[in-house]
Design a protein around this ligand. Structure first.
Ligand SMILES: [Zn+2]
Length: 505
């Protein structure tokens, strides 16, 4: 566990490593760094010159104080151009943790320059907390006790943000928000990284119950099993699960704020705990990542836990289906026709386009049971086509509502999660035509992300709707300052929390 705190200059830090920012374009020592430089006999200034630091984000140089100060090491760390923004602050804090771990310092204090605009201070504090905690995350869910202990001995235990001006109550609140959000994102990463033999539909539905429990009554969880779903006709979900020995589940999480509700959000998540593709079986290598095909459901669970922790005055309903897409004598066939929750008949053109079958049922469920929603947002690792179009660093999304689209982009940007809007091109609707049923679940090779969204759109009610395809950024290739390990990123959690926040203003 990382302890996070805000300190003021009057209470000097006892951290092993003190971090001073260096800004691009003006790569000198900050006033606070100059004071430390005096204590170490000018060595910090010489280090800056020797290393030719330009202030580029991530550039780092470490100085051993050799007893001249209480801290063991001083770090000069590039931020990028001034002024500090939420984005640069998040990356800066993440890089501070990375460098501290390299230097084997477990307690860190980051000294920010004075003159931080007080209006920005809360967002910068929150961003730094999130950056620090995300950078320190390692997935240990499948490691043995010794490996876990070794890895835990490397974590940063204390991360202090030293500010020139006291940020007061808003600073403390921002710190707490950052902790709740980062914990939620790291939980989502844990759940998504867990392999399919552990993270089954039942495991995920138990998590939903756990989330409700730790929310101290703010969230209520309802878990529905196969029989319940048969009774209500959630045949899209059931078809996905037909070839699996694992029982499918549907989860409904409800968060009702104690304060007066300002909006009613519905968040829908795809929870395919393993996707072998069904009879349209995937190549062996492509299956290796398919334990992460439930990243959307993890994002919904985690976002709701953070929204409850922040006591946001909005009502939120989380709808998630949990199933495995496998092969057996019972599995759905290519060409099967399903009668969905809302009565629409769907020809299964491809059994690997299973996510949209489950999502369609939940969207129709939302339209019928929560018809007065302010907005409905579904989030899913849905199409490879979206990854081909936009790569691993951003989500693609489609929306029936410009206002919601704008909110979503802004909500993502505030948390460092990029979203790019793709069109709901109605001319492509013809690609989904079926000769035997109302619609087909695939539209062919071209524009696959768009035809997936057009399929879902048929099941949406009158509430503004957005479909977020996170097939790329949920499982990014390679690492970044906040993503030190390959695997799940927790993408979408921060965006959904910020989206809920946007309705509180
Ligand atoms: Zn699939």
């Amino acid at each position: 566990m990382m302890n996070l705190s805000i300190t003021s200059r009057r209470h000097p830090t006892s951290a092993q490593m003190i971090v001073f920012p260096v800004f691009e374009g003006a790569p000198g020592l900050t006033r606070q760094a100059k004071r430390a430089d005096t204590s170490v006999g000018g060595r910090l200034k010489r280090l800056l010159a020797d290393e030719k630091l330009t202030g580029k984000a991530g550039e780092a140089a470490v100085l051993h104080t050799e007893g001249a100060m209480a801290a063991k090491k001083l770090l000069l760390l590039g931020v990028g151009t001034a002024p500090l923004t939420a984005d640069s602050a998040r990356t800066f804090a993440a890089n501070a943790v990375i460098e501290a771990r390299k230097a084997k310092c477990r307690t860190v204090a980051v000294v920010l320059p004075s003159g931080l605009p007080s209006k920005l201070a809360p967002s910068i504090i929150e961003a730094m907390v999130v950056g620090a905690k995300l950078a320190d995350y390692r997935f240990l869910g499948h490691k043995g006790a010794k490996a876990v202990k070794d890895e835990e001995d490397k974590t940063v235990t204390d991360f202090a943000i030293e500010l020139a001006d006291d940020p007061g109550e808003s600073g403390t609140k921002a710190l707490a928000s950052g902790v709740s959000i980062a914990d939620a994102i790291n939980n989502a990463r844990d759940w998504t990284n867990l392999r399919s033999n552990v993270c089954t539909p039942v495991y995920m539905s138990n998590l939903a119950t756990w989330i409700a429990m730790v929310s101290k009554g703010k969230i209520v969880a309802h878990v529905y099993g196969r029989q319940d779903m048969e009774g209500s006709g959630l045949n899209g979900v059931l078809a996905v699960a037909k070839g699996s020995a694992q029982d499918p589940k549907m989860v409904r999480l409800t968060y009702k704020p104690r304060a007066k509700t300002k909006a009613k959000l519905v968040l829908v998540g795809k929870g395919v705990t393993h996707d072998a593709g069904g009879y349209c079986i995937k190549p062996a290598d492509s299956m290796l990542e398919m334990h992460m095909d439930m990243a959307g459901s993890a994002a919904v669970f985690a976002a709701m836990s953070a929204i409850a922790a922040l006591d946001l005055p909005v009502e939120v309903h989380g709808l998630v289906f949990l199933a495995e897409n496998m092969i057996s004598g019972d599995a759905m066939h290519n060409g099967d026709v399903l009668t969905m929750y809302d009565g629409t008949t769907v020809e299964v053109g491809n059994t690997d386009a299973e996510g949209r079958l489950g999502l369609a049922d939940l969207l129709a469920y939302a339209a019928k049971n929560i018809p007065d929603a302010t907005c409905v947002v579904d989030i899913a690792t849905l199409t490879g086509a979206c990854v081909v179009a936009l790569g691993m660093k951003m989500a693609g999304f489609m929306s029936t509502d410009d206002g919601l689209a704008e909110r979503l982009v802004a909500a993502g940007a505030a948390g460092g999660e990029k979203h790019h809007r793709l069109p709901l091109e109605c001319e492509y609707d013809d690609l989904l035509k079926s000769k035997v049923a109302d619609v087909k679940n695939v539209g062919g090779r071209w524009g696959g992300a768009i035809t997936a969204a057009l399929f879902l759109k048929r099941f949406v009610g009158s509430a503004p709707w957005a479909h977020v395809d996170i097939a790329g950024p949920a499982i990014p290739a390679g690492t970044s300052p906040t993503q030190q390990q390959e695997g799940a990123s927790g993408f979408g959690v921060y965006t959904l929390v910020n989206l809920a926040r946007s309705y509180t203003k």
